[in-house]
Design a protein around this ligand. Structure first.
Ligand code: PLP
Length: 396
């Protein structure tokens, strides 16, 4: 018998953001200058003191297996950092450190969902959620949010989507791909329904440090008593400390669940990279000036991009409250020709923009929202200036 792909894996789509990024790299390899706004990672280098800690860890011989669920010192650093920022306590035994937040999300879904369970997934959503939920055998139930609502899930839409099979709400705050950032009151209204309907929440807060325009950030489990018991909190060092390649993320959850997930991970992958774990300790315990400096730079770019989008006729984007993406409404510019090529969908539009103007973005359809394109502003000001000049030329 030849090797065949399982039914579950057949249903999994590859990541569209990584596919667009690969296409951009392909053009680059052919000698083209590409202005890449498709990526979801800071363009800064990992700060020196974090890299130094990794070198020191290697030299000190920390190159062996660690506890599968992560070093106790790192778990402590994660809990200390959370307490410092929110005043809220988690114990290290409630923490599982994994190979990036994406792995933590997989553990959260796979470890808590059963076949047939429904997960409410507000759209536009980050590309991996729907696929990871499907991998666990559960069903993503997509709830479309609107630009008029700032792409935030409203209590009415949430209530309307709940069925007897609903088990979980996925909440990404601040949002990839829209930059939406929920206020405390907006979150509290959703939390009330979560409790009333006896649901679980996966709260992905990986962009929690990147909040702009004086918006405060509220971490979901801190909203009311008892919420901690029904929340799986996801975070990591990738976005906050420009450490996407180091692959360190974590979940914080009720202790019995975390214990079981640690056991699962001991069978699946063992520990995340020991050296990266020491680097993550340095990131969390070191001077946080680097985080503030990167945030200041992102906010400058976000303000610039907001103005450029406002100045281009026929496109718009909701206010970018957090993260580093503009989610641009291009619907008025679909159904027409660009350089003789008919463009109907956001996918056509992004491919033609890349082909004709060498600017890489990601089609809204990949995020469950046709008529939009996601453009990262985790790129230098120079790249952003040229990219938006070209987008304006393309649309004109
Ligand atoms: C919303 C969101 N969650 C999780 C992740 C995964 O992060 P990591 O690099 O730690 O796996 C990303 C990465 O793009 C993301 O945008």
């Amino acid at each position: 018998m030849s090797v065949e792909v399982s039914k579950i894996v057949q249903g999994v789509e590859p990541s569209a953001t990584l596919a667009m990024s690969a296409k951009a790299k392909e053009l680059k390899a052919q000698g083209e200058t590409v202005y890449n706004l498709s990526v979801g990672e800071p363009d800064f280098n990992t700060p020196d003191h974090i890299c130094d800690a990794a070198v020191a860890a290697m030299k000190a011989g920390h190159t062996r297996y660690t506890v599968a669920s992560g070093l106790p010192e790192l778990k402590q650093a994660i809990c200390d950092d959370y307490r410092k920022r929110t005043g809220f306590e988690y114990k290290p035994t409630q923490c599982v450190v994994s190979n990036g937040a994406k792995h933590s999300l997989h553990n959260a879904f796979f470890g808590s969902l059963n076949p047939g369970d429904e997960v409410i997934l507000p759209a536009p959503y980050w590309v991996s959620y729907a696929e990871l939920i499907k991998l666990s055998g559960a069903k993503p139930v997509i709830v479309q949010t609107t630009e008029a609502d700032g792409f935030k899930l409203t209590p009415d839409a949430f209530l309307a989507a709940i069925t007897p099979k609903t088990r979980m709400l996925l909440l990404c705050n601040p949002s990839n791909p829209t930059g939406a950032c929920y206020s405390r009151d907006e979150l509290a209204a959703l939390a009330k329904i979560v409790v009333e309907k006896d649901l679980v929440v996966v709260a992905d807060e990986i962009y929690d440090h990147l909040v702009y325009g004086g918006n405060g950030f509220t971490s979901f489990p801190t909203l009311m008593d008892g919420l901690q018991d029904r929340t799986i909190l996801i975070n990591g060092v990738s976005k906050t400390y420009a450490m996407t390649g180091w692959r360190i993320g974590w979940l914080l959850a009720p202790e019995p669940f975390a214990k079981k997930i640690g056991g699962l991970q001991s069978q699946e992958t063992s520990n995340p990279c020991s050296i990266s774990q020491y680097a993550a300790i340095a990131a969390l315990q070191g001077d946080q000036g680097c985080v503030e400096a990167m945030k200041v730079e992102f906010e400058k770019r976000r303000n610039y991009v907001t103005q450029r989008i406002a100045d281009i006729p026929g496109i718009s984007a909701p206010p970018m409250g957090g993260a580093f993406y503009a989610f641009i409404n291009i619907s008025a510019h679909l159904g027409r020709k660009y350089g003789g090529v008919q463009v109907e969908t956001s996918k056509d539009w992004c491919l033609e923009l890349l082909q004709q103007k060498k600017v890489a973005t990601v089609m809204g359809s990949a995020f469950g929202c046709e008529g939009y394109a996601r453009a990262s502003f985790a790129a230098s000001m120079e790249t952003l200036e040229i990219a938006y000049d070209r987008i304006a030329e393309f649309l004109a």
